[in-house]
Design a protein around this ligand. Sequence first.
Ligand SMILES: [Zn+2]
Length: 297
Amino acid sequence: MKSLEKLPKAKRVKIGKEANEIKNFLRIKFDQKAQEIKEKIKKEAEEKEWIDITAPGKKPILGHLHPLTQVKRKTEEIFQAMGFSVVEGPEIETEWYNFDALNIPPEHPARDLWDTFYLKDKLVLRTHTTPVDVRYMEKNNPPLRIITIGRVFRHEATDASHEVNFYQLDGLMVGKDVNVANFKAVIQEFFRRFFEKPVKIRLIPSFFPFVEPGFQVDMTCLNCEGKGCSVCSQTGWLEMMGAGMVHPNVFKNSGLNPKFWQGWAFGMGFDRLAMMKYKINDIRLFYSGDLRFLNQF
Ligand SMILES: [Zn+2]
């Protein structure tokens, strides 16, 4: 169009007219094509966005709580209903709280019962949750009722019933006249509600440095209900926990006067409790992250 000016006048009129016609023709064609493309895009978008509201919904895949967490919550619920508070303590513990305060001095043979992970600066990975009892008694005056469920560590070879890291349940009840009868009632009730079956317990004299007297607690075998089977070696009883009346030295180390206060404490492997409830035969399954196992809960 710009070069039209350079043409002689006679030619300019004719070519100018033709150029204008071509220009208009192209404009119309471009506009038509643009409209077509616009409509095509619109149609495609509508097809994509269309929702069939009659189609059945897709169920989102939800995870769920780990079996140990489920059992932990159930345990806490049962004890809380009996007036116990749920407390926690550090997993990295001082030697004092893990041993000395619990009446296990450095030369005491009981320290050899556990293969402990020793860290720097007199710190250890706690071998049990009992140190939490001392920490709690230091800061709270009796009467008190607490449980603690937490991770503990032992340097052990792993097999179906041993892990280097597992959970322990500890309980403590202290008052002016708290006694073994209270202990029997509380623990029997806990087992009954936990396993949802009537159970009996029995106490057998045993030794733990932080209690006096100490006892091992057996429960009627859930498998045979006390008749005797292979699970309970034909005895009708299963060993469940260690317990006893809190040793006067533990009270002293916690800043309480053993002349005024008395109470009981117990400790038990928590994984084992879950294994019994769900009939799980290998503790390592809890920590393997295997979905074939976890999806069953
Ligand atoms: Zn049995």
